[in-house]
Design a protein around this ligand. Structure first.
Ligand code: 6GU
Length: 226
């Protein structure tokens, strides 16, 4: 998978790709990530990328021309399965979207800043808009890193068997059951007996019950979606 990311803050977004799982995926050649500094497509000596909004109001808007030039340059090199705009005024990212995107070959991600981008960018180029939750971030960079993490870890070969993505919370619209490791007793707090029993059908049954119970308590809305 190749991911291109257009941003005005390349340094803000890079470090998640230089550590942990995303770093390994890139090193293994399973994902390729390229950053494009929108500033390089800015207008005039000041490399201007934003301007006041028509109609008045606080906050700057990213202009269409620099974004268009950057996107057209990339489109001349390859076509994209999705051109994604990261913005809080969109549908929220969920596991199903991450699953779908993990099957794509070329993804272009545009991150907004300030008041966002000129609507015509969205009308002309964007095929999918994604928010990561109902709160406002300063820019879409951290949201793009979150999206990439959720997607890249699903690419076959990125995670070892021992961390199979298939057993994650949300993969079946349920939260994960509680997990324990050594010691089996700490300050009088014991690990549930069934986990030490070696009876794997019973363990699976217990985990399913716990996952369902947790989901019902914390995220009953997930059960409505089933
Ligand atoms: Cl994608 N961008 C910004 N700026 N804020 C957000 C977001 C995105 N998702 C949730 N909040």
């Amino acid at each position: 998978m190749r991911i291109d990311i257009i941003t005005v803050e390349p340094d803000l977004i890079k470090s998640p790709f230089e550590n942990s799982m995303m770093k390994r995926a890139i090193e293994k050649g399973l994902a390729e990530v390229h950053f494009h500094n929108l500033r390089e497509y800015g207008i005039g000596n000041y490399r201007q990328v934003d301007d006041y909004q028509f109609g008045g109001g606080a906050g700057m808007v990213l202009m269409i021309k620099p974004i268009s030039e950057c996107i057209e340059k990339l489109l001349a090199e390859r076509s994209y399965d999705e051109i994604i705009y990261m913005t809080p005024d969109a549908k929220t990212l969920n596991q199903a979207t991450a699953n779908t995107l993990s099957l794509k070959e070329n993804i272009l991600i545009l991150t907004g800043h300030y008041k966002g981008v000129d609507q015509r960018v969205r009308d002309k180029y964007v095929t999918k808009e994604i928010s990561i939750g109902d709160y406002v971030l300063t820019g879409g960079e951290l949201a793009a890193a979150v999206l990439c993490d959720a997607v890249i870890r699903l690419i076959p070969g990125v995670l070892g068997d021992e961390t199979s993505a298939l057993t994650d919370s949300f993969q079946d619209n349920l939260l994960s059951p509680p997990v324990y490791t050594r010691p089996s007793e700490f300050d009088g707090m014991k690990v549930p007996e069934v986990l030490l029993s070696g009876n794997f059908p019973k363990i699976e049954e217990w985990r399913s019950e716990q996952a369902y119970k947790r989901t019902q308590e914390i995220r009953p809305d997930l059960l409505d979606d089933n």
